[in-house]
Ligand binder design. Structure first.
Ligand SMILES: *Cc1c(COP(=O)(O)O)cnc(C)c1O
Ligand SMILES: [Zn+2]
Length: 463
């Protein structure tokens, strides 16, 4: 029987789900409260977004005894040559690291992950580094890293028998959830603040068949509303607080290490919005380290936009009760326009564990760094470019050494926000406050006459 929603169902032979050593892990998997003083455990089948006892965040935890990491490394390599859907996915290939699925047929995959690690001498020079590599998550099916998490989140929704999934988002989360839910035969429901929507991302959600509800309220108000609705209707919530999304996202770190032949870089730098990604990389690296897959932990760099930088300010003087949300976050990098990042406690833990630094970047710095990444032939969306802008500042301050190995995560594709690009290159880009942004690396289109001689004169002039 051929099923369009479930490619694994039509695979020629049954998939061997787990390599030796992962079955015992699977039995030990639980949702655990991250608050050390609480530490309450819950079954994976429970639908919980926060600890019912203390309100803290939850994470999926395993008892790693019995893990056979040497065998796993070989298995993961071998799977790259395999045509099974599950093994072609750059997330599910590493499934021993998040073994909670009982049956391969439960998995919904669009072959996410498998994203390249790209070197750029030009960007390295701009940052003041000898070299830099970009892990480009824009190469995913819906063109952002949200796919790495969504494939696991939607699989969990299906595993526990939910028919509808929901999220609040103006961007990449909704695009990704729409695609994965539809591919899984579930109904995606997206809640958006009315107005203020990135057109490219909204268009994706519509195309992927999401029920799209625009609400006259801000992000935080809508989140409260959606929590109520989900409790009363059995809709499964897939916002970034969902611990299963983090399990998928942590495989970005594993795929990166695999691409580096398990030689960990000195730094891994991400843009910081809700800080789920920071938490996911931190968790993935820590688990890899504890399993002996790597012999050192990469330091974590997080870069926020100046107008939406509550975590940056918190980290200047971190205290357990000292987190102050930003009430009116503003940045053109809409994917990191978050005032009250839900995953900050996990991100803080990760940075305390691995070491690292948090930086902020202005609209001008982000715009210029983005153009530099574009000129390298790579390209990314504005939020992604915050990484290079922040790295440049951290190198100038001596926090990152010029000869250190740095990997920056480009979180989304260049085509997510074409409007921004056109305005930058034509000198029309303005900050949310209305200040002009200088098109330092501007590249204006030229109008030329229908005349070969004139065009040749233009060519002579530029090259
Ligand atoms: C979601 C997103 C971010 C922010 O990630 P967090 O996990 O919220 O910190 C950054 N860039 C892009 C392109 C995104 O889609
Ligand atoms: Zn708790």
């Amino acid at each position: 029987m051929r099923s369009s929603t479930l490619e694994t169902a039509s695979a020629p032979s049954p998939v061997t789900l787990y390599a030796h050593g992962a079955e015992t892990l699977k039995a030990s998997a639980a949702l655990v409260c991250i608050e050390v003083a609480c530490g309450e455990r819950y079954a994976l089948s429970e639908v919980l977004y926060q600890c019912p006892r203390c309100g803290s965040l939850l994470e999926v935890a395993y008892d790693w005894r019995g893990a056979d990491s040497t065998l796993w490394k070989q298995t993961w390599r071998a799977r790259r040559m395999d045509n099974q859907a599950l093994n072609q996915s750059g997330v599910w290939r590493y499934r021993e690291m998040f073994p909670f699925v009982d049956d391969a047929a439960q998995v919904v995959t669009l072959r996410e992950g498998n994203t390249p690690l790209l070197q750029s001498p030009g960007a390295a020079q701009y940052a003041g580094l000898h070299s830099i590599a970009f892990k480009h998550q824009g190469f995913n099916p819906t063109h952002s890293f949200k796919d790495n998490g969504m494939t696991v989140g939607v699989t969990q929704a299906r595993r526990i028998g939910r028919k509808r999934v929901a999220c609040v988002s103006t961007g990449n989360t909704s695009a990704s959830m729409a695609a994965y839910a539809s591919a899984a035969g579930l109904t995606p429901v997206i809640f958006l603040p009315h107005g203020n929507i990135s057109f490219g991302k909204l268009s994706q959600a519509l195309e992927y068949g999401a029920l799209t509800l625009q609400v006259d309220a801000n992000f935080d108000q809508i989140l409260a509303l959606v929590r109520q609705v989900s409790e009363r209707s059995g809709v499964y919530l897939l916002n970034s607080i969902n611990p299963f999304r983090i399990e998928g996202q942590k495989t970005m770190g594993l795929e990166l290490l695999d691409q580096l032949d398990w030689q960990a870089p000195d730094w891994l730098v991400v843009p910081g919005g809700n800080l789920g990604n920071t938490a996911a990389f931190g968790k993935g690296f820590l688990e890899a380290y504890r399993l002996g897959l790597i012999s050192k932990l990469p330091k974590l760099g997080v870069v926020q936009a100046e107008g939406a930088a509550p975590f940056y300010r918190f980290m200047l003087d971190p205290k357990p009760k000292g987190f102050v949300p930003e009430t009116n976050p503003e940045t053109l990098a809409t994917a990191i326009r978050i005032g009250d990042p839900v995953s900050w406690p996990k991100a803080w833990n990760a940075i305390r564990e691995a070491g690292g630094a948090v930086e902020s970047a202005s609209e001008q710095e982000i715009a210029d760094a983005k153009a530099v990444i574009g000129r390298a032939g790579i390209g990314c969306e504005p939020a992604s470019a915050a990484t290079l802008a922040g790295i440049r500042k951290l190198v100038a301050k001596g926090v990152i050494g010029a000869d250190e190995q740095v990997v920056a995560v480009l979180t989304g594709s260049v085509l997510k926000d074409p409007d921004y690009i056109f305005k930058y290159h034509t000198g029309q880009l303005k900050t949310p406050g209305g200040e002009p942004i200088v098109s330092t690396f501007g590249n204006q289109p030229m109008v030329v006459p229908n005349d070969a001689d004139a065009i040749l004169r233009v060519l002579d002039g530029v090259a």
